[in-house]
Design a protein around this ligand. Structure first.
Ligand code: 5GP
Ligand code: MN
Length: 343
């Protein structure tokens, strides 16, 4: 990361007592939660007043994290969230690249932005961030937002790190790299993670809490999806799964229950591209994943107005399941014909 941006952020947060809001994306994951909480603790140590806001619920397997009970959920306490935003000086957007990722808060934030009264700061690692931030700590070459934040803390003042902050950053790094299985981490990531381990965190315990705490219905939903809902498209080296509202209800779906499910679509040797379509009340949430050589971000962006990373991206589709799947198949057909999928 460029040191000039670090310097800019350092100068800002060295001012006395700021009112800060930290916002992240809908359908929170380990990195968005880990980096938000680590930033919360860091800024509190510097004497600022900080409020973390998420658009919607935190999955149950992250509820053990330090300071998690300080988070406000916009879908539950919208007016309170708006008034925190209203009275803030600075708003951090972490682990997201576009305002609409804040879901129910997006329109309100646009109004705030046009009033031009707050400083918007981005800390993120997704492609093509929206051009609305005064300070941008963003690169696609770092595994996770948590890793970027750790680099920044090392630059700012290493002595601010502690066991709780390390726990949150460790969670963000291991979840976004899928426990060091994706191609998005480097030797630097491992060095930084080793550094976190020196703060007395318990990696085994963190793994257990995140990955071995399924409910019976969650595990059965996984089994059902694989057995009944996996469709293979051999001509496109692709696969996909769909889960309707009724199917999710049948398995007592709770937020986070499908995290990781999409990756199973890539486990077949010949398959390099996959998608998971989940039907919710207002939209279909789509997750795309691919092997290194294929670019699913192209499909997410061009056909579904979504985004993310080359090999892991997502989108929201406002229509029915059948139309979403047809558009995916059309996108695959065109991407294979003109070679975009390999670019
Ligand atoms: P997931 O499938 O795990 O929800 O998301 C995969 C990646 O794509 C994540 O990095 C996520 O932030 C990003 N992503 C998911 N949905 C969207 C979307 O609608 N728009 C954008 N820009 N990125 C998304
Ligand atoms: Mn992330």
């Amino acid at each position: 990361m460029e040191k000039e941006v670090f310097q800019k952020l350092k100068q800002l947060i060295q001012q006395p007592t700021l009112k800060v809001v930290i916002l992240s994306h809908t359908h929170p994951d380990g990195d968005s939660i880990g980096s938000s909480l680590a930033l919360l603790m860091l800024l509190q140590k510097l004497g600022h007043h900080v409020q973390v806001i998420f658009p919607d619920d935190i999955p149950s397997y992250y509820l053990w994290m330090p300071e998690i009970d300080k988070i406000l959920i916009a879908r539950k306490e919208l007016e309170k969230c708006k008034s925190c935003i209203e009275s803030s000086d600075v708003i951090f957007f972490v682990d997201m690249n576009a305002l609409h990722r804040t879901d129910i808060l997006a329109d309100y934030l646009l109004t705030v932005k046009s009033a031009n009264s707050k400083i918007f700061i981005l800390i993120d690692h997704h492609e093509n961030p929206e051009k609305i931030f005064e300070i941008e700590l963003t690169t696609i070459h770092i595994s996770s937002t948590s890793e970027i934040l750790l680099e920044f803390i090392n630059y700012l003042d290493k002595s601010l790190l502690d066991k709780d902050i390390a726990t949150c950053l460790f969670t963000g790094i291991i979840t976004d790299t899928n426990r060091f299985a994706y191609g998005n981490f480097t030797d630097k990531t491992l060095e930084l993670t080793a550094e976190l381990m020196r703060y007395g965190i318990y990696p085994k315990e963190i793994h257990e809490k995140i990955y071995n705490t399924y409910t019976e219905s969650r595990l059965k939903l996984l089994g059902y999806a694989l057995l009944e809902k996996l469709t293979i498209l051999p001509e496109f080296k692709s696969s996909y799964m769909t889960l309707s509202k009724a199917e999710l209800r049948k398995f007592n779906y709770q937020k986070g229950d499908t995290e990781g499910l999409v990756n199973f679509g890539l486990r077949i040797q010949e398959i390099g591209i996959t998608a998971l379509f989940l039907e919710f009340e207002r939209y279909i949430k789509i997750s795309f994943r691919s092997e290194e050589k294929y670019n699913v971000n192209y499909i997410a962006t061009k056909y579904f107005q979504g985004g993310g990373h080359r090999n892991a991206s997502g989108a929201f589709f406002y229509g029915d399941m059948e139309s979403a799947v047809s558009l995916f198949i059309k996108a695959l057909d065109e991407a294979w014909k003109n070679g975009y999928i390999l670019q």
